[in-house]
Design a protein around this ligand. Sequence first.
Ligand code: WTA
Length: 653
Amino acid sequence: MAENLESVLKENRVFEPDPAFARAARIQPADLEELYRRAEADHEGFWAELARSELDWQKPFTQTLDSSDPPFFQWFTDGELNVSANCLDRHLDTRGDKTAILFEGENGDVHRYTYRDMYREVCLFANALKAKGVEHGDRVIIYMPMIPQAVIAMQACARIGAIHSVVFGGFSADALRDRINDSQAKAVVTADGGTRGGKLQATKKGVDDALAGGCESLETVFVYQRTGNDVDMQSGRDVWWHDAVADQPEECEPARVNAEHPLFLLYTSGSTGKPKGIQHASAGYLLNAVCTTKWVFDIQDEDVFWCTADVGWVTGHTYVAYGPMACGATQIIYEGAPTVPDGGRFWKICQDHGVTIFYTAPTAIRALMKLGDEFPQSYDLSSLRLLGTVGEPINPEAWMWYYSVIGGERCPIVDTWWQTETGAHMIAPLPGVTTMKPGSCTRPLPGIAADVVDEDGNSITNPEQGGYLVVKKPWPSMLRTIWQNPQRYKDTYWPMFDGRFYLAGDSAHKDDDGYFWIMGRIDDVVNVSGHRLGTMEVESALVAHPQVAESAVVGIPHDVKGEGIFAFVVLKGERPEGGIDEALSKELTDWVAKQIGPIAKPEAIRFADNLPKTRSGKIMRRLLRSVAKGDEIEGDTSTLENPAIIDQLQGKI
Ligand code: WTA
């Protein structure tokens, strides 16, 4: 963290928004000041007014914030609405024929869905869900490639008040089974397969393997035919999507749901081995999704918006499935990898479809930057007017490349800080107004009381001092709880400061202008390519291998992925000479991929006779992080139970 802070403190370049962009932006400097002023003067009133103007209600709310049982906050509690109606029905008269989704498959097939098409598809599938007994409040797992049917399935769940939980298609069958069981899902929606990186993915096979391990709650598997490859269909359980919708009516009345009704669960890693089901409500979530899509992405009617995130992550929820749809935007969905057939694919899509707003992760920017400027330079990127990033801090070098080579120095960059738990952007620039600094997500949005505080909860004003990133007031799209585990919700997010502030789990510092710089996680979570992985999760996967006795996992800096995984392993048998055994390392790496998914694969594995532990048995991760990075070991190691182990861990003996 100290090292990080130093490089960030050195960054002093500033960039003003392009004047042409600024003139045409939705939010002008005076509007932003007014938003801040209103939020400051009356936090609840500010959100209530926006909830009334931005959302269509079936029954208006009378109570804005219920804080009678903190930290279980509720918003707009007595109101009723339907999220899918807010994304589809409201556009039928004004934008029925407008393109909602322009889909491009990895193999180049293009399909266009208007808002009316989306409405029809969603209603059909919602009726199909109902016909198979899926009811209000039931959980539905969506395990699909990145195709429009994933969004249709999510919207269909919202339409009938079922709770969806999307599981990233790259997760393993074991990870899928855990999520089906934890959520007690009644149905799974999947596809026969998808294509990524030129390879056919056996998506349905993943579901079969998951279910073979026993999932009692599960009744139905819906299978969308995407690739036409052979799949096993188990009679009585599996049904083709096209058969399930065949006789359904093309209209489906949107269910009236309470504002607080759970819209979805999304599992994310924490500091224990077991992923937690982050539970979001309906109205509050949608409100922040809409406001941020308008404020931060400056969405206008003629825009072509492209967020490259998979629906398996929260970014694909808020800025693919819900935000742009609720705003009536046109968006791109691309099924495949950025490097198929070559590193120009993203830029070709921008050119071919006239993308105006492009939102991706720093890891993708770094990977594409490495391939050279020839790729972006062979395409016409002049339609772009705004760029965005999310998922991890962006290093200034990647920022500058994005700004100049992709954005032609005319597109503002919105560096958006937020989390699965926050539901929507929290700290981000307003593109026509905010001065940008490469590597800073700038300032909290109106109505978001984010701050950096010390151990006692006091605001830190010294720009050279880092601290805890917190949010001091509830906001509408905050998570409501952890599914079936309210205690873990309290313990994870409200453990300090007498439970007054939401603890984000990141460390940050604020500069003299009040700009936020995110330094990294404070818990045992590693951010690999913008995806959160608990070190405990990877450790549990490793110790499940018959040859492994114990393991400790830490993050190491990685020039493309941001962070990579470094694993220390103690074997049940003898330690290989010098602590290295390539064949066994490969076996363990593949093992982890099978248990969790390929993103969790360690970059390197080092074998040791033991791990460095304190006398109370706690593994000293600080030490392991230094060893993994190849740094000198500084500080006191005398509290170690076994100080001699250090030389061995470093591979010296
Ligand atoms: C990190 C993704 C720096 C942070 C939306 C956070 C960021 C975690 C940024 C959440 C950013 C996200 N700058 N760090 N702009 N955005 N992070 O839940 O550590 O997948 O806590 O949500 O990513 O990851 P999650």
